[in-house]
Design a protein around this ligand. Structure first.
Ligand code: C2E
Ligand code: MG
Ligand code: MG
Ligand code: MG
Length: 276
């Protein structure tokens, strides 16, 4: 079918489409294999109190280690994982590993308050999403507030009311819910108070040049103001410099995440950091 398409279409067009289709299929097959052969790794990045760098939580971030040793970042496979539905299995694996790690840390008496996992729209659409979360917390004997789900604005505004109800249920159960990359989507402010959320994560794009860019300063100030009014927590993402941290503190952002405090790292490295 592909060679037929090649004959019928202008070459410049069909080559591109063919190439993309083939790459997509190849990635999908490799993702199946990755799950099967345990090629995924879960890395962790600290979230800290900006005042004294005390750890508050960690975000779990997936990595894909190819048999060749090459590490593939999520941006190179998340789109395929989402369109094929494989993301559900991947994120269940992530949640289970994250909760397992949290259990281990709590057993040592040196654990962050919470662990955050990223959730896609596809995950929430699964009929058993709520039960799956509750069951996993249960299995690892974790109190619900130790878990935070991170969803982008796009995800939140794309899912149906029925699926939003699932998040409401989890909120009532005690699980935290954060809006990831906040400010980059198209949220309607009038809708914000109706969402079952606890946290706004200011996107890295605004943090990047927050010390110089007046627009980003205004946006950050507005997000902090919104959070205060809706009684939400604020976390700034992608903090890389002490200047950014100082400026964010002056705007009353109390929690942050970024290379300044620690890059995402495998558990062994994170442990060393927590025990410092
Ligand atoms: P995100 O949830 O917004 O995660 C933050 C991203 O910013 C991470 O990229 C992290 O490594 C990066 N980052 C944090 N601090 C800094 C900094 O100071 N400087 C710079 N340059 N980057 C920083 P990563 O790990 O490549 O993940 C990218 C995105 O992939 C995540 O964005 C999230 O949307 C998605 N993702 C990652 N893991 C999972 C997962 O297990 N499930 C799902 N559904 N999505 C995931
Ligand atoms: Mg996130
Ligand atoms: Mg983010
Ligand atoms: Mg992001």
């Amino acid at each position: 079918a592909l060679s037929q398409a090649k004959a019928e279409q202008p070459v410049f067009y069909s080559r591109t489409v063919q190439h993309q289709a083939l790459r997509h299929i190849r990635t999908e097959a490799r993702l199946y294999q990755a799950l099967d052969e345990a090629q995924f790794e879960l890395w962790y990045q600290p979230q800290v109190h900006l005042s004294d760098r005390r750890p508050v939580g960690v975000e779990a971030l997936i990595r894909w280690r190819l048999p060749s040793g090459v590490l593939v970042p999520p941006k190179d496979f998340m789109a395929v994982a989402e369109t094929t539905g494989l993301i559900r299995d991947i994120d269940r694996w992530v949640l289970d590993r994250a909760c397992e790690a949290m259990r281990r840390w709590r057993n040592t008496g040196n654990a962050p308050e919470r662990i955050s996992v990223n959730v896609s729209a596809e995950d929430i659409k699964a009929a058993d999403f709520t039960e799956m979360i509750v069951r996993t917390l249960d299995q690892h004997q974790l109190p619900p507030p130790t878990l935070e789900l991170e969803l982008t604005e796009t995800t939140l505004f794309e899912i149906s009311d029925k699926n939003l109800t699932k998040l409401n249920t989890l909120r009532e159960y005690g699980v935290s819910v954060a809006i990831d990359d906040f400010g980059t989507g198209y949220s309607s402010l009038s809708y914000l108070h109706r969402l079952p959320i606890t946290t706004l994560k200011i996107d890295k794009a605004f943090v990047d040049d927050v010390t110089h860019n007046l627009t980003n300063q205004a946006i950050t100030r507005t997000i902090v103001w919104l959070a205060k009014n809706f009684n939400l927590e604020v976390v700034a993402e992608g903090i890389e410099t002490v200047e950014q941290a100082r400026y964010l503190k002056s705007l009353e952002v109390h929690t942050g995440q970024g290379f300044l405090y620690g890059r995402p790292a495998p558990e062994t490295l994170l442990r060393q950091r927590f025990c410092e």
